[in-house]
Design a protein around this ligand. Sequence first.
Ligand SMILES: N[C@@H](CCC(=O)N[C@@H](CS)C(=O)NCC(=O)O)C(=O)O
Length: 219
Amino acid sequence: MPIDLYYFPPSPPCRSVMLLAKSLDVKLQLKVINIINGDQKSPEYAKMNPQQTIPTLDDDGFIIWESRAILGYLVNQYAKDDTLYPKDPKERALIDQRLYFDASYISQRATEYFKKVAFMSQLVNEDDLEKMHETLQLLNTFLDGQLWVAGPNMSIADFAIVVSVSNMEALGVDLNEYPNIANWYTRARSAMPGYEEINQAGAMMMGEMFKNRLKELTQ
Ligand SMILES: N[C@@H](CCC(=O)N[C@@H](CS)C(=O)NCC(=O)O)C(=O)O
């Protein structure tokens, strides 16, 4: 049975799921939900996912949403080993910590910065910019002496966080201010199959939207 992914190309959490699926060689049947047009508000979609968000995965009738939960599910169900999401309680706890850090800090702060300009007609918010830099400083510290965000091995946390970091870069943040991040980012981009087409294209779309809107607002 095909695995359906309800998604929209520029959506960051959708991109992390697609990146991981590509790495695991899991084939997804992509179904576009255009959130700009409000497709996620349709009664059919709400019946499947009452939270009305993308991504949503439908694996032969098993429905799951929240991208980081989907990442864990894909490894648990389809990976040939558990290296990307180890069963060892301590290793897994560290990965979960990074995933929650991404959900509540990194991705959150990139979204705040982006959406005020792109959807709320506000100019760049300096506090939001400062908050993005605070989280990058923390991530840079986590990466001190580490190859990957949760230690010596690549994990699903790298898939979630690479998307958030690429968004910040597309929004104009200079990652070279954070040497550990810059090195890890280069490493992750070359280690993740399909990275450029799956993630970078979406991040660029977000960046263009942000810059164009900013130009309109300041003209
Ligand atoms: N924490 C969720 C976030 C999902 C989310 O908010 N997705 C956005 C698109 S990036 C969405 O569905 N927006 C539509 C809406 O909120 O109406 C995840 O990681 O899956």
